[in-house]
Design a protein around this ligand. Sequence first.
Ligand SMILES: CC(C)(COP(=O)(O)OP(=O)(O)OC[C@H]1O[C@@H](n2cnc3c(N)ncnc32)[C@H](O)[C@@H]1OP(=O)(O)O)[C@@H](O)C(=O)NCCC(=O)NCCS
Length: 186
Amino acid sequence: MKPILPIVLKTPRLLLRPPVEEDAATLECYLSDRRIAETTAAIPHPYPRGGALDWVAMSDDRWAEGTAATFVVTLRENGKILGVISLLGKSPRDFQAGYWIAVPFWGNGYATEALHRLVRYAFNHLGLPCLGARHFAHNPASGRVMLKAGLHFDTVIPGGSSRDGVFYDSVQYRITAEDWRMCVAI
Ligand SMILES: CC(C)(COP(=O)(O)OP(=O)(O)OC[C@H]1O[C@@H](n2cnc3c(N)ncnc32)[C@H](O)[C@@H]1OP(=O)(O)O)[C@@H](O)C(=O)NCCC(=O)NCCS
């Protein structure tokens, strides 16, 4: 795949920027909270020491490979780190969004605002034909975020995602570039 050029995205309250090594300590602190890990498929718990630094390096590689665009979600007014949001995929048709917001900042609409901006970036800037996002069925808050950011419910996949070797039903959301353009035009 073609490399994706790192970019900074803005919303009224947020700045989404590629991760840098200096973010690692804060990210690791937030990621150590079990409540972040337990509703995701890939974040380990306990979070390994040095894991966030490795993750920053991996994010750099993925931008260069064109297989992910990863952003640290920060507050525009003071640069405070709130969480992470990313687009991951191996071909333009299968990009999926993933995100987490640190526990102290839940319930402020930050995930929704960040995902809304990421969707615009995916279609307007990257030119993707469609975009998906998936959450464990027992994580309805994430489904709300997907809906509020403009994605549509697609299907429930029985046992579709696993964590620590246990399979859970997962809920798939999707939006096509065409649908999104129609929504924006209304
Ligand atoms: C899911 C997560 C990203 C939400 O972040 P956030 O910034 O609090 O999200 P927002 O404030 O934008 O929106 C949350 C919505 O979920 C709703 N919500 C919260 N708990 C809920 C629950 N148990 N059931 C249903 N809806 C719930 C909120 O009321 C809000 O919707 P509303 O605005 O209609 O009231 C955050 O909780 C998180 O990082 N969780 C751990 C990691 C994770 O699950 N990531 C997603 C993996 S798919």
